[in-house]
Design a protein around this ligand. Structure first.
Ligand code: NAI
Ligand code: AKG
Length: 530
């Protein structure tokens, strides 16, 4: 049984889906006192999966203590409450549920815009106090006004579409969207400066990144059109609250609507909370029944698929692989891992790895295959647990340069993986592998010698001068030491030969030394490929 902890008042749909698999036990913990990293770190070691919304911070300290954690699922979009680098390094998949709350969050931003334009919260409070303040609470019309969207992603696009229906003029700033794509949405793409200068309403829909933190500050606020209104339903860190308070107090900005805060919940003594022209919601952007069911269902299904079948969807630290693609990739993952393990054990520490994909494999998602190869390679000389998720991060950590290329010129094999490394002294530094009949892994070249070998179990790799008697000597030596040969594969070029010998049980040092002492033997290494 796997164990998953669900936190942050997630829709019960998540628990139902996970438990219905019959192989996942669920613990729901909505206790606020255990959502702090210290408390979570004490219990996380018992879980294979953790499902959160935005209330729980999955810090490096939590990850450090997560001995068996395989996946963190975010029932929502922003994963800034999860230390992705720490998770990746530990081989933990971080997934989110994009799309599940997009419409709901876009609707919230639009609700905030209306509420801001017509002073709805202030009017409610005033009426509750027994007042009838028609003059003080006069608003502005939205029709014909310019809406500036910062971040034209999933949510930004829904906002744009709805705002066009409201007869607003919509402009957007997003360096990763092409002007043509924006035109198709009826949106005019501008740079941030133009957006600030032209917009009557500005709505933020960027992720929290180094580049977007503090994006709205004294300088950018000063460049906004006088009387502009700001809406933030993205992340609190994107807006500098002190600068916003000053800009609204000074009258340059007419008002603001904030759903998110740098620290949640915010300190109640924060001056901005009492400003009459600024309205608030407590991170309610995604809070509709519909969105919560959507994201809970998505994340539970994705986590179950990963824990039970190894299928990765919507991971932010690993390429997504569908069930069908996984079925096609599996033999290549297996081959690549063995190729990596073989070269890792033959060559030892390397600094440069070049992988070239040709044929059918080059048309699939090759990144997981490279990760598999690195897993095999690094596993040969580090005791850090390596899996597909952390292999690349650990390679980077060790200063290994990884190059991935495709080459369509190799037509002799339906699929081909070539692996080349630096640093080989007495072993081939290049191997090629392929898959026969979509199932069977084969090594077809070592160094510059073609052969046909099955990469499996314990193997002895021998380089020798091609002279009569070598096979006999090797066979006799192994036989004398009671090591049974499963397969003996030989390839040669000019006066050199390479033998790959599959053996039923590992050979001891004495046996290997005896083989090495034969006069025509250039090198002997034993490898274990699992
Ligand atoms: N208030 C709430 O409850 C919710 C808040 N969110 C927040 O909204 C954010 C956006 O969500 P999606 O639209 O789904 O994400 P998305 O990834 O689809 O869109 C983000 C867009 O921002 C753009 N972008 C990145 N850096 C930028 C920059 N410096 N300037 C301008 N544009 C930039 C990207 O190119 C992308 O198009 C999430 O990252 C999350 O933090 C999401 C859901 C609910
Ligand atoms: O789960 C929530 O209520 C917050 C959603 C959110 O901020 C997100 O999906 O990024």
């Amino acid at each position: 049984m796997y164990r998953v902890m669900i936190r942050d008042n997630m829709s019960p749909v998540a628990k139902d889906i996970l438990e219905a698999t019959g192989r996942i036990e669920v613990v729901v913990d909505n206790d606020k006192t255990t959502s702090n990293p210290e408390a979570l770190a004490k219990v996380i070691g018992e879980f294979d999966g953790l499902a959160v919304r935005s209330g729980t911070r999955v810090t490096a300290h939590v990850i450090e203590n997560a001995g068996r954690l395989k996946v963190v699922g975010r029932a929502g979009i922003g994963v800034d409450n999860i230390d992705q680098a720490a998770a990746t390094k530990k081989g933990i998949v971080v997934m989110n549920a994009p799309g599940g709350n997009t419409v709901t969050t876009a609707e919230h931003a639009l609700s905030m815009m209306f509420a801001l334009a017509r002073n709805i919260p202030q009017a409610t409070a005033s009426l509750r106090e027994g007042k009838w303040e028609k003059k003080r609470l006069i608003g502005v019309e939205i029709t014909g006004k310019v809406l500036g969207i910062v971040g034209l992603g999933h949510i930004g696009r829904v906002v744009a579409e709805r705002a066009l229906g409201l007869k607003m003029k919509v402009i957007a700033a997003d360096p990763f969207v092409s002007p043509e794509a924006a035109v198709k949405m009826g949106v005019h793409l501008v740079d941030l400066d133009q957006l600030l200068a032209q917009s009557d309403f500005i709505t933020l829909h960027v992720p929290r990144l180094k580049e977007t933190e503090n994006l709205i500050n004294a300088d950018t606020l000063a460049r906004m059109k006088p009387g502009a209104r700001l809406i933030n339903c993205s992340r609190g860190e994107v807006v500098n609250l002190d600068d916003l308070y000053a800009a609204v107090s000074g009258g340059h900005i007419a008002g603001a609507a904030l759903d998110v805060f740098p620290k949640e919940p915010p300190d109640p003594s924060l001056p901005i909370l009492s400003h009459p022209n600024i309205i608030f919601t407590p991170h309610l952007g995604a809070s509709t029944g519909e969105a919560q069911v959507n994201v809970a269902r998505m994340i539970a299904q994705q986590m179950a698929a990963y824990l039970l079948d190894g299928v990765i969807t919507n991971a932010v630290n690993f390429p997504s692989v569908s069930m069908e693609e996984m079925a096609r990739l599996r033999p290549h993952l297996n081959l690549a891992e063995k190729m990596g393990a073989l070269i890792g054990q033959l060559v030892g520490a390397v600094h440069d790895v070049t992988v070239t994909y040709s044929g059918e494999i080059s048309r699939l998602s090759t990144r997981p295959v490279t990760h598999a190869l690195l897993k095999g390679l690094l596993g040969a000389y580090t005791d850090t647990p390596i899996n597909y998720v952390n292999a690349r991060a650990i390679a980077l950590d060790k200063g290994i340069r990884v190059r991935e290329t495709t080459d369509q010129s190799q037509e002799d094999f339906s699929s081909l993986i070539k692996l080349k490394v630096d640093g080989a002294q007495d072993a081939p530094n290049e191997i090629w592998g392929t898959i026969y009949e979509n199932k069977y892994p084969r090594l077809i070249r070592m160094g510059d010698v073609y052969l046909d070998a099955i990469p499996d179990g314990s193997m002895i790799v021998i380089q020798n001068i091609d002279e009569p008697g070598v096979i006999g000597h090797v066979g006799t030596t192994l036989g004398r030491h009671n090591v049974n040969i499963g397969r003996f594969q030989l390839g040669r070029r000019d006066d050199r030969a390479v033998c790959l010998v599959n053996i039923d049980s590992p050979a001891d040092e004495e046996t290997l030394a005896e083989i090495k002492s034969l006069p025509v033997i250039l090198s002997v290494k034993q490898v274990h490929l699992g």
